[in-house]
Design a protein around this ligand. Structure first.
Ligand code: 6CS
Length: 316
């Protein structure tokens, strides 16, 4: 039989690399086949999510940036400066997090989804048509965000005018001047040529891009135990693979961008310049508690406990 798996990126981008590894593992260890559907083949992120919920797809990769509209608790990933900047700590968090392994699965199950894993895709950077070194520079900047209410609040707090859009509309909207900024990890800015339609890349260190892989729950529940194990083993192997794959990816992607567009300005904000962005975190966290669903407080508390555990208790 054939299992259908759709994701939000191209075949050679991070989600595509993960999916290719998953396919390879499943096909090497069973008679199942996995058919991959990269971005654009079945629609936008919201479309592939619907298809996975209805069982047309068996697997889907959708990022909390979009899932937050469906599962409000998933918006926790948009409290700025919550995830650690240190890569080892970050990976350890994703490996060990009780929030991800125990608290989120029932919330995804309520939406007909078996949450299989979450993994990081890299430090998020702003790309804009004007230079940004402070929240004042974002004043009047129409800034594209994924369709997630807390991201809207976060960019309001950063001083911008947030504009939620599906991914497919972003390049054109920048090109025609409908928006003047967006955020994404460096590999994605490079592969999707965002640098062609913006002139400044700003690193405020406010977040890392989180994504999630899920199965249709009815499909997964109906699998024999050995196939459930097969899927879980393939996911674990793909997680290890994608962490290794991303080693050094941010820096090589920034180098490629500089080569393709020597006039680009890449600014890594100093701690002092980051402070006013950082100062918004408490308010955004407060808003998460208001709009993050009935489990918001429990999710936030557990997330902080998980983060404390990987930072040796130093984080707040
Ligand atoms: O910004 C977005 O919408 C997209 N960014 C990434 C890194 N992956 C998929 C998502 O659709």
């Amino acid at each position: 039989d054939t299992w259908r798996y759709a994701f939000e990126e191209a075949m050679e981008e991070v989600q595509g690399k993960f999916a290719q590894k998953f396919k390879e593992e499943i096909e090497a260890n069973s008679d199942h086949e996995v058919q991959l559907f990269p971005f654009g083949t079945l629609g936008e992120s919201a479309d592939i999510m619907e298809q996975a919920q209805s069982g047309i797809l068996q697997f889907v990769d959708q990022s909390p940036g979009f899932t937050g509209a469906l599962i409000p608790e998933a918006q926790v990933f948009f409290v700025p400066y919550l995830l650690p900047a240190d890569q080892d700590e970050l990976v350890e968090f994703f490996r060990s997090s009780k929030t991800i392994k125990e608290l989120f699965p029932p919330l995804y199950a309520d939406q007909g989804l078996e949450l299989l894993t979450m993994f990081p895709e890299g430090e998020v950077m702003m790309t804009t048509t004007n230079e940004v070194t402070s929240p004042a520079d974002l004043n009047e900047v129409k800034f594209r965000v994924m369709t997630n209410p807390l991201l809207v609040e976060g960019y309001k707090a950063f001083g911008a005018t947030p504009t939620p859009l599906p991914w497919g509309e972003v390049y054109g909207a920048l090109q025609t001047g409908i928006i003047q900024g967006q955020e994404n990890p460096a590999f994605f800015i490079e592969s999707t040529k965002m640098y062609e339609v913006t002139d400044y890349i700003t690193r405020a260190g406010h977040n890392n891009f989180t994504t999630a892989v899920m199965a249709n729950k009815e499909f997964f529940d109906g699998l024999p135990d050995e196939d459930k194990q097969l899927v879980q083993d393939a996911i674990a192997a793909s997680f290890d693979y994608i962490v290794d794959y991303q080693d050094g990816l941010t820096e090589t992607s920034l180098e490629k961008i500089k080569e393709a567009k020597p006039s680009i300005t890449i600014t890594n904000l100093t701690e002092e310049q980051r402070q006013p962005f950082r100062d918004t975190a408490d308010d955004v966290e407060q808003q998460f508690l208001e709009i993050g669903g009935s489990q918001a407080q429990a999710i936030l508390d557990q997330m902080k406990a998980d983060l404390d555990a990987v930072s040796g208790g130093a984080a707040d």
